[in-house]
Design a binder for this molecule. Structure first.
Ligand code: UTP
Length: 408
């Protein structure tokens, strides 16, 4: 598209300020700006204009949880089934590493953060070491799909190449890049990052399957006969990946998905909890929970909404693919978004100044008929690295890793 076409399109959406600096730019910069504006997905603006009219949440109820004692009882059966599937090449792992990791504030992709004490131990390394446990147990490699974003793709790839994938078989590693979304100010105007580019941020962890499709990786999934995908986050350095017991339990349950959960430390803990919404699996975020929901309990005093998600899900491929084109809701996150002002000066906000658009993975879960909610011991499987310090920080994660005897 040329200048006039883009200008007309932006005017119709009341976003013509994006061309504010056009006349002050060199020819190359002008072309770069037009290219960046052309590739921007403007559909998010419609969702933003309609915010507040989102569909209200449905009827929320507790969801049954497969608790640790029951898992222990049937562990051999579950492990046998899970290992059979893995040995037949029917399970693979999907690492979601497209996030900005802005709370951690590390200069580089979050997976390149060194959590070691006496030696370097990178987050990517920890995750790969965890997956290697399964590989060793099963006696065969497992395909590992890694989702990056436009912002961190090159750095992620070169980091993993330069560390020789921490011993992982490189022919089993496949990268794909997730889509980006613009960000807007309080009035819905798209923010500019520089004079030649709007702010753009990864569009949330919910688009992974569509992004795999765009990268033609679902063809590989099909060709390899992969039936289950274990999707997990980059920031939990203790989780088991492609855990045979979890895979076996989910496959034997007959459900199309599984979700690892941990018991909350107290009703107020800020994690999303698994529940049922209108009879389907769903997650209610901590900020959506009312006090009465937080403290609702059965007659024995057990809290009803007490199992927090840790972003480790298992999806049966055929079911997830069947629903992936369903319209997923866009979520709006109020954030501090560095940008430039009307004069082109850099702004580093200390308070949230705008909105980012994100798709959430649990909206995909909700499209599926059932989910095995699978409890894991948080001491053994939950060490998140989210914040720079305090709770869920490198410091707290190190303590948890050391308590499990992991050398750092
Ligand atoms: P978070 O929700 O913690 O977001 O991601 P984040 O972007 O990593 O961190 P902050 O909020 O900026 O501090 C949970 C998981 O989802 C992935 C992350 O990489 C992490 O594994 N994610 C998140 C994506 O892959 N893409 C996204 O757009 C967002």
């Amino acid at each position: 598209m040329n200048y006039a076409e883009i200008n007309a399109q932006l005017k119709a959406l009341r976003q013509e300020h994006l061309l504010r600096f056009y006349d002050t730019l060199s020819e190359d910069e002008q072309s770069a700006l037009l290219r960046n504006l052309e590739k921007m997905d403007l559909n998010y603006l419609r969702a933003f204009a309609e915010r507040g009219k989102e569909v209200q949440r449905g009827r929320i109820e507790p969801i049954p949880v497969l608790r640790i004692p029951e898992i222990e009882e049937k562990k051999d059966l579950f492990a046998e089934e899970g290992l059979k599937l893995i040995r037949e090449g029917k399970a693979a792992a999907v690492l979601l590493a497209g996030g900005m990791g802005s709370r951690l504030g590390h200069d580089g992709p979050k997976g390149t953060f060194d959590i070691g004490v006496t030696r370097p131990v990178y987050i990517f390394q920890r995750l790969i070491e965890n997956l290697q446990e399964t590989v060793r147990e099963a006696g065969r490699p497992v395909h590992l799909f890694i989702m990056t974003s436009e912002a961190n793709d090159a750095e992620t790839r070169s980091f993993l190449h330069s560390h020789e994938f921490f011993g992982y078989n490189p022919s089993y590693v496949h990268f794909f890049t997730q889509a980006m979304a613009p960000a807007v100010d309080e009035d819905g105007k798209i923010l500019m990052e520089t004079k030649t580019a709007p702010v753009s941020a990864p569009n949330g962890n919910g688009g992974w399957l569509l992004s795999m499709e765009s990268a033609a990786l679902l063809d590989l999934v099909k060709k390899e006969g992969i039936e289950w995908l274990n999707v997990f986050s980059v920031d939990n350095v203790l989780q088991r990946i492609c855990d045979p017991v979890f895979i076996g339990a989910t496959a034997l349950s007959g459900f199309a998905s599984g979700s690892k959960v941990v018991q909350k430390t107290d009703p107020g803990e800020r994690v999303g909890v698994m529940c049922r919404e209108d009879g389907r699996p769903a997650v209610v975020e901590y900020y959506e929970m009312t006090d009465s929901m937080r403290t609702a309990a059965d007659k024995d005093g057990h809290y009803l909404y007490y199992y927090g998600v840790i972003l480790n899900y298992l999806f049966r491929v055929s079911d997830a693919v069947a629903v992936m084109h369903e319209k997923m809701p866009v979520h709006f996150a109020h954030k501090k978004i560095p940008c430039i002002d009307e004069q082109g000066r850099a702004v580093v906000p200390s308070e949230p100044n705008g909105w980012k658009f994100e798709y959430f993975i649990f909206d995909l879960l909700h499209e599926l008929d059932g989910c095995l909610v699978y409890e894991v011991d948080r001491a053994k499987e939950f060490a998140p690295v989210k914040n720079r310090s305090g709770a869920d920080s490198p410091e707290s994660a190190r303590e948890l890793l050391l308590a499990q005897g992991i050398r750092l």
